[in-house]
Design a protein around this ligand. Structure first.
Ligand SMILES: [Fe+2]
Length: 316
C-alpha cells in the first residue's frame, strides 16, 4: 500500500477542526500500517540516512537525568540498530526525514493537503517531520517548542503530558530564551504541574496535536517506541517568533522588560526591523552560553547490542 491510496487520517470529526488551535486534539491515522514505517522499512532508512542528519543519544545509567552523550551507529545494520535501541538506553532522531528521503517528503505533502482540506485557511510553510526511535522507558523532559507541533505514534506506547501554554507553566521569557538561545529544556518544571496536565497514553495509530508552545514531557512505557514528530509554521507563528526574538534582545541585551507581545501594528513593525538587524549577535548571558551540538564520543557496540563503545577524543 502506498501513502497516496487512502487518507492518512482515518477519522476526522468536524469538531477537530474547531479545536485544533486551542485544545489538545487526538486523531486517528494509519502510518503504522505503511511499509515506510515497518521494521524493515525503518531499518533500510537508518542504513541510508546520512550521519550528519541524525542524532544518536545515549541516556546514561537509569535515574541519571540529562547525562546525554552523542554517538554514531558505526557498522551496525539497520535491524541491529533497532535491536540495540530495544535493548539499551538510546534514542535516534532522524531529523528532517522529508528533506532526506523523497518517499517521506510525499507523505508530508499528503498530510498537509489533508489538513488543508479539513481546515480551509490552514496555511503553513517550512513543514518538517522527524522519526524518533527510542528505548523502553526513555523520557523526553519538560520543554516547549516554537513551531506548531504534533506527535504521531507508530510503534510501542508512550505517555504524553501536555501542560497549559500560560503562566506559571510557561512565561514569555522562556519563549524568548528558546527563540534567542535554543534553550528549549530550560523551562522550569515542578512535579505539581502534573495536576494541571492533560495526560494521554498514545498507541500506534494515534496522533496528538497541541496548542502552540504548550510545554510537554514524554515517558515511554516498557517497550521500543517509534514516533514521528511533525512541525510547521504559519504566518501567525512566524510573527510570534519575531516578537520572541525582539523581546529577548530587549530583555537580555538592553535590560528592558518588554510590555507588548502584539503581532501587528507599529510596535511589532519596529521590533521586526530591530530583531532582523540584531538577532545574529550573541546575546547569551555569560552563565548560559548558546548551545552547540556535543561532540560524537561513542559508537554502538556490534558485539553487545544495546551497549556502547567509547570513542577516543580526537588527538588523544
Ligand atoms: Fe517537543
Amino acid at each position: 500500500m502506498t501513502a497516496t491510496e487512502a487518507p492518512i487520517f482515518t477519522a476526522w470529526d468536524q469538531r477537530d477542526a474547531q479545536l485544533w488551535q486551542t485544545q489538545p486534539v487526538r486523531l486517528a491515522h494509519r502510518l503504522h500500517e505503511l511499509p515506510l514505517f515497518s521494521r524493515a522499512g525503518l531499518a533500510a532508512l537508518i542504513e541510508r540516512y546520512p550521519s550528519q542528519h541524525y542524532n544518536l543519544v545515549h541516556m546514561g545509567p537509569a535515574g541519571q537525568r540529562r547525562f546525554w552523550r552523542e554517538g554514531e551507529i558505526g557498522n551496525l545494520s539497520g535491524a541491529e540498530v533497532l535491536t540495540a535501541i530495544e535493548q539499551g538506553r538510546i534514542w535516534i532522531n532522524l531529523r528532517n526525514v522529508a528533506k532526506i528521503d523523497p518517499a517521506y517528503r510525499d507523505l508530508l505533502k499528503q498530510i498537509f493537503v489533508e489538513l488543508q482540506q479539513r481546515m480551509p485557511g490552514f496555511s503553513t510553510f517550512n513543514e518538517g517531520i522527524g522519526i524518533l526511535i527510542s528505548s523502553p522507558n526513555a523520557q523526553v523532559y519538560y520543554h516547549a517548542d516554537l513551531p506548531g507541533q504534533a506527535l504521531w505514534q507508530i510503534a510501542g506506547r508512550k505517555r504524553l503530558y501536555l501542560y497549559p501554554n500560560t503562566q506559571p507553566f510557561l512565561a514569555p521569557e522562556h519563549l524568548e530564551g528558546i527563540a534567542l538561545f535554543g534553550h528549549e529544556m530550560d523551562v522550569p518544571y515542578e512535579p505539581w504541574y502534573d495536576e494541571y496536565a492533560k495526560v494521554v497514553e498514545l498507541q500506534p495509530g494515534q496522533m496528538m496535536h497541541w496548542p502552540l508552545n504548550a510545554p510537554h514531557r514524554i515517558e515511554n512505557l516498557d517497550c521500543l517506541n517509534v514516533s514521528m514528530t511533525m512541525e510547521y509554521w504559519t504566518d501567525d507563528i512566524r510573527r510570534r517568533h519575531i516578537v520572541n526574538v525582539a523581546n529577548g534582545i530587549l530583555r537580555e541585551g538592553f535590560g528592558i522588560a518588554p510590555r507588548s507581545r502584539a503581532t501587528a501594528g507599529p510596535a511589532f513593525l519596529a521590533k521586526k526591523v530591530m530583531q532582523k538587524a540584531l538577532r545574529n549577535r550573541d546575546w547569551s548571558p555569560k552563565d548560559k552560553p548558546k548551545r552547540g551540538r556535543p561532540p560524537v564520543d561513542f559508537r554502538l557496540d556490534p558485539a553487545r547490542l544495546g551497549q556502547i563503545v567509547d570513542l577516543k577524543p580526537a588527538g588523544a
